[in-house]
Design a protein around this ligand. Structure first.
Ligand SMILES: Cc1ncc(COP(=O)(O)O)c(C=O)c1O
Length: 460
């Protein structure tokens, strides 16, 4: 008879090398955030105690990844490190052509330079902001076709990243000639780190086949998505995650990747695809901006670290811990009565700042107000995903975003459970006086992507 599992899911690693954290006082943090124009992107990172700004490139590499770095071969052309990297990618994503890039957006830029252009439209469940920007930069339209449940923060739908198949069919019927490819983002970052089911991806594939369209995955969080399939989708509970990933890949014609996420790299990305002619165009562009096709903007040592990271990314003990530790934070906040987007996603917890700071108008930026309070109170850096990020329209007007969220993104293998317990305490303390938090106004902002550099001041 097998023993029941323990309640505590432990970090499946021991700490091997440590990085000191700088402890600061609330007074120092208030001064630091004021000096940063109340913009958390402008803070020097050493002023931050627990940095949950992003899970991108902020994870801890393993002993074996550091060892792999020593193995890096820096030959300009034909480095053995490239072939180790290519084979590790192909082991999970068996595409014919694997084209390394310095990060995900470079792969997007190359792909859409070839496939995009004025009059074209690219559907996705939800475009990540760099994907959208790269599509739009070519003059094409980036269209989000995620299922309706994705817009309801309280819906418990297990696969809120799913594509709305009926909407995709309608688009292909009405504007099929304008669609160069269909994209699906796994997990759906902009939609709360929510997964896509295998059933849904199979339906997207069938729709693409019916209309003769290419299907690309934006696969940054493929392992987290596959773990959700294993744990939530009937019939997959006994499968090896690597096998699920291979099935996801088998449904697509290609992929873009930011290796700063699930592949456990601090830098890197790739574009992979089967079509020879498309690959030829892409490699020509790669040489213009990234480098020769066997390094593409990365050092040989980076390629080696990624190859090892890919092997670790699909380890079940790691994924069980990873998904549980994000859920642990989200569940604790929900239990404390703090409104969070449900179900808890793979890489981040999203607090509904508009609900928590209901005394503020969206144009007083409740997400910004909450993010600043979390920093001032406990040195926790988070990211506003709301009206500051999305409120400015191309015509210069401003309107409330669909939601005002604060994202607590969890770097991989970086913080322990006691760090997360501390974050929970900080959130509880801020939530207890949420009604007293001031709103903010913008005092200066750039014409685009204002959230990175705008300066703010408290209202009143
Ligand atoms: C879903 C998704 N696609 C693409 C990217 C872009 O990747 P990179 O930051 O490596 O350019 C990101 C990064 O956050 C992402 O989350």
């Amino acid at each position: 008879m097998s023993e029941p599992p323990f309640r505590t899911v432990i970090e499946p690693f021991r700490i091997h090398s440590v990085e000191p954290m700088v402890m600061t006082t609330a007074e120092q943090r208030r001064e630091a955030v004021r000096a940063a124009g109340f913009n958390l992107f402008q803070l020097p990172a050493q002023e931050v105690l627990i940095d949950l700004l992003t899970d991108s490139g902020t994870g801890a590499m393993s002993r074996d990844q550091w060892a792999a770095i020593q193995h890096g071969d820096e030959s300009y052309a034909g480095s053995p490190s490239f072939f180790i990297f290519r084979d590790a990618v192909r082991d999970l994503f068996p595409f014919e052509h694997v084209i390394p890039t310095h990060q995900g957006r470079a792969a997007e830029k190359i792909l859409f330079t070839v496939l995009g252009g004025p009059g074209k439209v690219v559907p996705n469940n939800t475009h990540f902001d760099t994907t959208r920007a790269n599509v739009e930069f070519t003059g094409a339209e980036a269209l989000d076709l995620v299922i309706a449940e994705a817009h309801d923060a309280r819906s418990e739908h297990p696969f809120k990243g799913n594509m709305d198949i009926a909407a995709l069919e309608r688009l292909l019927q009405e504007r099929g000639d304008d669609v160069p490819c269909v994209m699906v983002t796994v997990t759906n970052n902009s939609g709360g780190g929510q997964p896509v089911s295998l059933e849904n991806l199979r339906a997207v594939r069938a729709t693409c086949d019916a209309f003769g369209k290419l299907l690309f995955l934006d696969a940054c969080r493929f392992a987290e998505n596959a773990w959700f399939i294993r744990s939530r989708e009937p019939g997959h509970g006994e499968r090896d995650v690597a096998d699920i990933v291979r099935e996801l890949a088998s449904l697509a014609d290609g992929m873009t990747m930011s290796a700063k996420k699930d592949p456990l790299g601090n830098i890197g990305g790739w574009l992979a695809l089967d079509d020879d002619e498309l690959a030829l165009h892409c490699r020509n562009l790669l040489i213009l901006t990234e480098g020769f096709p066997t390094y593409g903007g990365l050092a040989g040592r980076d390629l080696e670290a990624l190859a090892q990271g890919l092997r670790e990314a699909v380890d079940h003990d790691y994924l069980r811990y990873r998904i549980r530790s994000t859920g642990y934070l989200g569940d604790a906040l929900a239990q404390a009565g703090i409104p969070v987007v449900r179900p808890i996603g793979g890489h981040a917890v999203y607090i509904d700042a508009r609900a928590l700071l209901s005394h503020l108008d969206p144009l007083e930026y409740p997400g910004q107000a909450l993010a600043i309070a979390l920093y001032e109170t406990g040195g926790v850096r988070s990211c506003e995903i709301g009206t500051v990020m999305f409120g400015r329209r191309p015509d210069g007007s401003e309107r409330a975003a669909a939601m005002d969220l604060v994202r607590l993104a969890i770097p991989r293998r970086t913080y322990t459970q006691s760090h997360i317990d501390y974050v929970i305490e900080v959130c509880e303390r801020v939530a207890a006086r949420a009604g007293d938090l001031p709103g903010y106004r913008i005092v200066s902002e750039p014409p685009v992507l204002r959230h990175f550099t705008a300066e703010f001041e408290p209202v009143g």
